[in-house]
Ligand binder design. Structure first.
Ligand SMILES: [Zn+2]
Length: 399
């Protein structure tokens, strides 16, 4: 089939499996989950908000929270849409949480808005503690151009990149530049980037032609304004707090089973995105050996897992570990982990093109429960008492 060939050409030998790895829609197998062919299916996404609604909701929240939620414009997408930070809490530990780096992965944004509202208004001891101990900086919908197109990639052409970085005039476009067309979207006439490969652990990196086209196992270049914005927020928080204690990235993946069971995965978690700098495979990251803290990322992941398990017998118990042994320094998670943040990936089931808004309420609640598990364990210092080895007891995802 033509489509398979094209996909293979675009993504090379990269595993076609899940969200931070590759777009589910481009993975031929994922279409099988939908009854009938995709062209016969129309999945509604009207339950998810667009960028205009996000702007309105954040402004309302800032007004109604009596100053507890502070909303700012941190930067703009390539098409000029605002990218926001919403900050709540005054504690010394800073937690950065982002959503919708892939525009077809929308529950994280809904979860963040609910949580911001709750943390900004609830006066119970639990929520007061969160505000006192933590500074929570949410970046909902960081790739708004992709959100508008309900797709993974940004809305930017290579020539626009060269306009911004003339030194790249003779360079090959980066490997994560999409120009293909399939039944879901048309990057050929409207190209863009997987901005979740545009990060670089060297936060001061500027694009060099010899580093292109690069690959999934190499760092990115900060060529997209969206990744630059997140990086700038991260650096600003480092300056303000000394370090970004925790970074959480909210995604969606395909549909999977918990290994060895007939249980459908509700959510997969991961805390490891690059080989350990002290290992042979991670030797290239040796200059980050002192800052990298894999144990802490595992403890945070277990905190999320345990919070979900504590809900009685329900789909919220069907939590698996995301694919391990990855080497993804160009992801925000990989880059920020090397800079010393505890990092956790959330991958809920189903992307909009094959799943629409099915189970939206359940998936949003799963994200909230897991994130609150992390926030509470940080605020109460309970995270330090978690045995990081428990991370390896989280069941794997059947692949
Ligand atoms: Zn994703």
């Amino acid at each position: 089939m033509m489509r398979k060939k094209k996909v293979a050409a675009v993504f090379g030998s990269v595993l076609l499996s899940a969200s931070i790895l590759t777009p589910a829609a481009a993975a031929p197998g994922n279409g099988n989950y939908a009854p009938g062919t995709p062209s016969e299916q129309h999945y509604s996404i009207s339950g998810f908000i667009d960028h205009k609604e996000l702007s309105k909701k954040l402004q309302q929240m800032e007004r109604s929270s009596n100053g507890k939620v502070d909303v700012n414009v941190a930067g703009h997408s390539n098409q000029g849409r605002e990218i926001y930070t919403a900050r709540v809490g005054t504690g010394d530990k800073v937690v950065l949480i982002q959503s919708e780096i892939h525009g077809n992965e929308k529950t994280g944004t809904a979860a963040l808005l609910k949580m911001l509202k709750q943390i900004g208004s609830n006066n119970s001891p639990e929520f007061r503690k969160l505000r006192e101990e933590l500074t929570i900086v949410a970046m909902p919908m960081i790739n708004p151009d992709a959100t508008e197109l309900n797709r993974r990639g940004t809305d930017m052409s290579w020539s626009e990149v060269v306009d911004d970085f003339p030194q790249l005039e003779d360079a090959s476009p980066s490997w994560n530049y999409y120009t293909y067309t399939n039944e879901y979207w048309d990057y050929a006439s409207n190209p863009g980037f997987d901005m979740n490969r545009d990060f670089n652990p060297n936060l001061d990196y500027t694009p060099q032609p010899e580093d292109l086209p690069g690959s999934s196992a190499e760092p990115g270049w900060y060529i997209t304004p969206e990744a630059q914005t997140v990086r700038d927020v991260y650096k600003g928080l480092q300056d303000e707090f000394g370090e970004v204690n925790t970074f959480i990235d909210l995604h969606h993946q395909g549909q999977y089973m918990i290994e060895g069971t007939n249980d459908e995965v509700t959510l997969s978690l991961s805390g490891v995105f690059v080989p350990h700098p002290d290992s042979e495979a991670g030797e290239k990251y040796s200059k980050y050996a002192d800052s990298y803290n894999e144990e802490f990322s595992k403890q945070l992941s277990v905190a999320a897992y345990e919070a979900l398990q504590s809900i009685g017998n329900s789909p919220y118990n069907n939590i698996s570990l995301y694919q391990q042994n990855l080497d993804l320094p160009g992801t925000a998670l990989g880059s920020f982990a090397l800079n010393g943040s505890g990092t956790v990936l959330f991958e809920v089931t189903g992307q909009t093109q094959s799943f629409g808004q099915k189970k939206k309420g359940q998936l949003v609640k799963a994200v909230q429960t897991g994130v609150y598990g992390i926030l509470n364990s940080l605020a109460n210092d309970e995270v330090d008492e978690i045995n990081p080895d428990n991370y390896d007891d989280i069941p794997l995802t059947e692949r």
